[in-house]
Design a protein around this ligand. Structure first.
Ligand code: ADP
Ligand code: MG
Length: 238
C-alpha cells in the first residue's frame, strides 16, 4: 500500500492553466476527500493521479515511486467514475474480472479475486446476472468491484454516487466506509456532498480555482475554517 504525494502539480490545457501548483500529501491508508465548486479542477487532479491526463508540471509520487510519466496501468491505481460503463453483454462476474483477464492473469486467480470482491460488496447472488438486470446501486457496486479485483494501492473515486437517488447514496456511503475499513487502501474521493465529505473523510482538501484553499480533518475544518469559502463548503456557520 502507498500514499500519494503531489509536488507543485500544474495542468494546462493549451494556453489555459487550470491547476496552479498543488502540493499535497495523502497518507497511506487515508480516506482523502476533494471538495470544491464545479470547474475548480477536482476531476483533472484525479485524472492526473490516475495517469489519464498528462501532468504539465511538478511531480506525482505513489509510495516511493515517481509515477508522473507512467502509464495508468503501471501506477497501481484504479478509478471509479460517476457513470459506470459496464459491458452489457457480460455477466457481473465477467465485468468484474475483465481487466485482470485481459492482462493475462490465470482464470483461477481471477475467479478468487472476483469472489472476494463480491463478498465485500454483497454481490454474491448477482454474479450471473447481466447489468440490465441490476439496480443503479448494484451497477455502481459492480464498478467498485471491478476496481477492487485489480487490487490497487490507491482507489480514485470521481463523484461515484452522484447518479444514485438519495436513499441509495446513504446506503452506498456506509458501504464505502466499510470497504475502506476492510481493505485499508488509500482512497481519494471527489464529491459535492457535504455529508459524504464529513462522514467518509480522514482528511478534506478544499479546492478553489485550481489551488488548495485549506486541508484538514473534517471537524477541524468545520470548527475552524480559514474563510467563508471553506465554511460554505464544510457547512459550518462562520
Ligand atoms: P471539476 O471536476 O472540479 O468540476 P474539472 O477538473 O473537470 O473540474 O475542470 C477544471 C477546469 O479545467 C475547468 O475550467 C474545465 O473547463 C477545464 N477543463 C477540463 N477538461 C478540459 C479539457 N479537456 N480541455 C480544456 N479544458 C478543460
Ligand atoms: Mg468533476
Amino acid at each position: 500500500m502507498s500514499g500519494v504525494t503531489l509536488g507543485g502539480v500544474v495542468k494546462s490545457y493549451g494556453e489555459l492553466e487550470v491547476i496552479h501548483g498543488i502540493d499535497l500529501s495523502v497518507e497511506e491508508g487515508e480516506f482523502c476527500v476533494f471538495v470544491g465548486p464545479s470547474g475548480c479542477g477536482k476531476s483533472t487532479l484525479l485524472r492526473m493521479i490516475a495517469g489519464l491526463e498528462e501532468t504539465t508540471g511538478g511531480e506525482i509520487r505513489i509510495g516511493a515511486r515517481d509515477v508522473t510519466r507512467l502509464d495508468p496501468s503501471e501506477r497501481g491505481v484504479a478509478m471509479v467514475f460517476q457513470t459506470y460503463a459496464l459491458y452489457p453483454h457480460m455477466t457481473v462476474a465477467q465485468n468484474m474480472g475483465f481487466g485482470l483477464r485481459m492482462t493475462g492473469h490465470p482464470k483461477a486467480e481471477v475467479a478468487a479475486k472476483v469472489a472476494e470482491a463480491s463478498r465485500i460488496l454483497k454481490l454474491d447472488d448477482y454474479l450471473a446476472r447481466k447489468p440490465k438486470a441490476l439496480s443503479g446501486g448494484q451497477r455502481q457496486r459492480v464498478a467498485i468491484g471491478r476496481a477492487i479485483v485489480r487490487g490497487p494501492d490507491v482507489f480514485l473515486f470521481d463523484e461515484p454516487l452522484s447518479n444514485l437517488d438519495a436513499e441509495l447514496r446513504v446506503e452506498m456511503r456506509v458501504e464505502l466506509a466499510r470497504l475502506h475499513q476492510e481493505i485499508g487502501a488509500t482512497m481519494i474521493y471527489v464529491t459535492h456532498d457535504q455529508t459524504e465529505a464529513m462522514t467518509l473523510a480522514d482528511k478534506i482538501v478544499v479546492l478553489r480555482a485550481g489551488k488548495v484553499e485549506q486541508v484538514g480533518a473534517p471537524m477541524d475544518l468545520y470548527r475552524d475554517p480559514d474563510n467563508r469559502f471553506v465554511a460554505g463548503f464544510i457547512g459550518s456557520p462562520a
